[in-house]
Structures are given as C-alpha cells and as structure tokens.
Design a protein around this ligand. Structure first.
Ligand code: SF4
Length: 192
C-alpha cells in the first residue's frame, strides 16, 4: 500500500522503516508503543549500567553504557546529568558505533613507499617503526638555535595530530613527549 508523505513521516518518526511489516502497521495508525517498549526492555534486560562520558567533545555529555558480560549492548544519554539531561547530539547518539562497527579497522595496516596496497603488520613492529622514524627525522632536522642565535630547540619536520576520543591523561602524556622532543606542530581534533 503506498504511503502518503504524512504517513511516511509518522512511520519514520516512530523509528521504523516503511518497508517493514511493523512500519506498515504504524503507518496505518496501529500503536506500537508496547512493542517498542518491550524491545527496549529486552535490549538492556539484565545489562549492567555504567556511567560514562561521551568522548567526542568538551561538552562532556554524560552517558550510560549497558553491558551484558563483556559486550556493550547499548549506550544512551544519562538523565541524571545536569547539562545534557539524557540528551546526546547526533554524533554522541552514535557512540555505540565506535564499539560495534564492522567497518572499524582492527589491524595495523602499513603501505610501503611506492606500494599500491596495504599490508597487515604486527602492532609491535609498527611501534618500533614509528619510534625509529621519529628518532631519525629528529636527528636530521633538529634546530638548536635559529640563524639570529635565538634558542629554538625544535624540529618542524614532525607533526602530531590528536583525535577527539583521546582522553585527558593520554593528551597530557603526549604533550610532554612531543614538546620534550622539540615538536612544535601539534594539533588536536577537539571541537571546543
Ligand atoms: S559530541 Fe555531542 S553528545 Fe558528545 S559531548 Fe559533544 S555535544 Fe555531547
């Protein structure tokens, strides 16, 4: 049965695709409240609720992470939070996909110079390779004093980019390491 635009909006607002049997029922005006409430209940039934914080930006919205065993089954806003009061922005509402996502890279990939494909490598090998290249580059490019004699103690040949999901403790340590090496090109993808 074709849906009018109004019916389509009503169906999608209920969180159900119009192509599903339940979606068609909702489009016809059937109340699915008991069914959706039961689905929500089942998803977090017997789950352990752990308070957490959205990692994406400095607003720091509070979340509840539901786990069954070692598996995350749901993440949602924490109603008790005074500033987000259970709400999350679209990015925060998708945090679950940080953990459960078939597209997430779980192996270290390396592309040799000139190669056209990526190879899987061991994490230990990659860490050693990064350390080796950082030392080599720093040794080759470190500038103790500028031409005018001013003390610089820097290398501009290495840049560092951080991500919004890095926590304070990691960023603190990373800053210490980078600045200690004389790296001055430091950027972080934090939005506030
Ligand atoms: S990304 Fe969105 S949900 Fe996460 S802390 Fe920032 S505003 Fe809150």
């Amino acid at each position: 049965m074709p849906l009018s635009r109004r019916e389509f909006l009503r169906v999608t607002a209920a969180g159900l695709g119009p192509g599903t049997a339940l979606g068609s029922l909702a489009g016809l005006g059937a109340s699915l409240t008991p069914a959706t409430a039961r689905a929500q209940q089942l998803r977090i039934k017997d789950a352990k609720a752990t308070p957490s914080v959205c990692p994406y930006c400095a607003v720091g919205c509070a979340t509840i992470v539901h786990t069954v065993g070692n598996e995350i089954v749901n993440i949602e806003g924490d109603l008790r939070s005074p500033h987000n009061q259970g709400t999350l922005c679209p990015k925060g509402a998708a945090i679950y996909q940080l953990h459960k996502n078939p597209n997430r890279a779980t192996k270290v990939l390396h592309r040799k110079p000139g190669a056209t494909k990526w190879d899987e490598v061991e994490l230990d090998w990659a860490m050693d390779r990064v350390a080796e290249l950082v030392k080599k580059t720093r040794d080759e490019t470190f500038v103790e004093r500028l031409e005018n004699g001013r003390l610089a103690n820097q290398t501009t040949a290495i840049l560092a980019v951080g991500g919004a999901t890095l926590d304070n403790e990691w960023n603190h340590l990373q800053q210490k390491l980078l600045r200690g090496l004389g790296i001055v090109g430091i950027e972080n993808q934090a939005r506030i």
